[in-house]
Design a protein around this ligand. Structure first.
Ligand SMILES: Cc1cc2nc3c(=O)[nH]c(=O)nc-3n(C[C@H](O)[C@H](O)[C@H](O)COP(=O)(O)OP(=O)(O)OC[C@H]3O[C@@H](n4cnc5c(N)ncnc54)[C@H](O)[C@@H]3O)c2cc1C
Length: 418
């Protein structure tokens, strides 16, 4: 049972499983496996509070940041993974501790429109899309999904809308995605709030430092998401109680504990662990045009493409979305996502899709900027992980929540225990 104060501080992230070993806060030496956003923010938030706690960050690659990276070329700037955050006070507090207030701003309100494209025509995605499903049909399916273990397709009985929602987050179709995982508030998964959620949200809105975000807004960093991870890495490297090891991999929490001669309760695991379902792999392209060549593309957030005959699942209007610049004057930048389950690896196919959805004219830039794996969260996933009780701690999107609001909030919850 969580207090109202905790609900206001962490919001509905509190509904998700929180696998933190009760002895972790007693540790004076912590080993964090995984140097992505989860490992970095957990290390940073504990280390800034408790200089007497020494922290080892272990990363298997030769760089930190995990899936987050920003491709930059002259005045072009495009995120490979997350590009903006939904409002959550934990994120705003982290930005403030990092001293990044000036680099952090709300995305452009005129770029909120989202579309679903079926291959023939685009349809605007809005609250009206839900009305089209029919309120009674929707209410019935929500009620059924509250029994647990259902898919997003069970929750939202319109295949096109449901697939668009899941593609936009986990690049998978709705039937494969756990409804409790993606929409725990709607399915009423986990802890129950001590009063109406809408009232808690109102109180939460008063706690944002820097600026109070407007409803349904997104916010982002000048210079892309790497601005966040780069600043955190710089500060962590200056902290005398933090040690970072790159190119180092542990197979299990017990191996990490033995190596550093600590109890397993001092290990925080943010990497993948047990092999579950195969991850969803996607390739990410940055595609830039002369403004005049994409005049017919309306300003907006982007388009989701559920039709699996098309090799592209989503197109984000990067230079429309952010308040900070992503393209030189007179140009527009788009980010195209190609799931490997639909795409044969031929770049000509992606160019063909760019012609179909953006412009007949050739782009001025066309770059494959990265390949990323997105964990799969099959129906019943949240119920399954809720019953686990490991003797170490497990955090991050490889476990209990997909978005950076979850990852950062969870890191803050852990640091609040110290
Ligand atoms: C294309 C894409 C778009 C996204 N869009 C959004 C969005 O719009 N909004 C949003 O909120 N979120 C979005 N996300 C999700 C967001 O990026 C993640 O939630 C977040 O970055 C996850 O951080 P993490 O530290 O939990 O995991 P990771 O970044 O996966 O970090 C795990 C780290 O562990 C390391 N590691 C793995 N195994 C081992 C081992 N055995 N030993 C040591 N180290 C190991 C890895 O190399 C990695 O550095 C997106 C992600 C992708 C890929």
């Amino acid at each position: 049972m969580y207090s109202l104060e905790q609900w206001v501080r962490y919001g509905d992230e509190i509904r998700r499983p929180f696998h933190v070993n009760p002895n972790l806060p007693k540790s004076t030496r912590i080993v964090i496996v995984g140097g992505g956003l989860s490992g970095l923010s957990t290390a940073f938030l504990i280390a800034r509070k408790r200089q007497d706690v020494s922290i080892e960050i272990i990363e298997k690659e030769n760089r930190l940041g995990g899936v987050i990276d920003t491709w930059r070329s002259d005045e072009w700037c495009c995120d490979v993974a997350v590009n903006a955050t939904r409002p959550h006070p934990s994120v705003w507090r982290l930005v403030k501790y990092l001293g990044l207030e000036k680099e952090f701003s709300q995305s452009r309100p005129e770029a909120r429109k989202r579309w679903i494209h079926d291959g023939n025509q685009a349809r605007r995605l809005s609250p009206i899309s839900a009305l089209k499903i029919g309120p009674i049909r929707l209410a019935r399916s929500v009620k059924k999904a509250r029994k647990g273990g259902r898919s997003v397709m069970d929750l939202i009985p319109d295949k096109e809308v449901a697939d668009a929602l899941t593609l936009g987050v986990v690049n998978d179709v709705a039937i494969n995605v756990d409804a409790d995982f993606l929409f725990p508030t709607l399915t009423r998964f986990g802890a129950k709030p001590p009063k109406r959620w809408s009232g808690i949200k109102k109180e939460m809105m008063r706690t944002f430092p820097i600026f109070t975000p407007t409803k349904n807004s997104m916010s982002s960093f000048e210079g892309g998401m790497s601005t966040l991870t780069e600043k955190m890495i710089t500060l962590l490297m200056q902290m005398s109680n933090v040690n970072i090891s790159l190119n180092t991999r542990f197979k299990t929490p017990s191996e990490a504990a033995n190596h550093f001669n600590v109890e397993q309760s001092s290990v925080i695991w943010t990497a993948p662990l047990d092999v579950r379902e195969p991850d969803n792999k996607i390739s990410v392209f940055a595609v830039g045009y002369n403004e005049s060549d994409v005049e017919s593309v309306e300003t907006g957030y982007g388009t989701l493409i559920p039709n699996s005959d098309i090799p592209v699942s989503g197109i984000l209007h990067e230079s429309d979305i952010h308040s900070s610049r992503r393209a030189p004057d007179g140009f527009r930048l788009f980010r195209i996502m190609a799931p490997h389950s639909r795409w044969d690896g031929e770049q000509a196919e992606i160019r063909k899709s760019a012609k179909q959805f953006l412009s007949d004219r050739d782009p001025v830039i066309f770059e494959l900027i990265g390949v990323r794996s997105i964990p799969a969260y099959r129906p019943g996933y949240m119920e399954r992980i809720s019953n686990k009780n490991p003797n170490y701690s497990r955090l991050g999107w490889n476990f209990s929540g997909v978005s950076i609001t979850h990852v950062i909030c969870e890191a803050e919850r852990v640091s609040d225990l110290f």
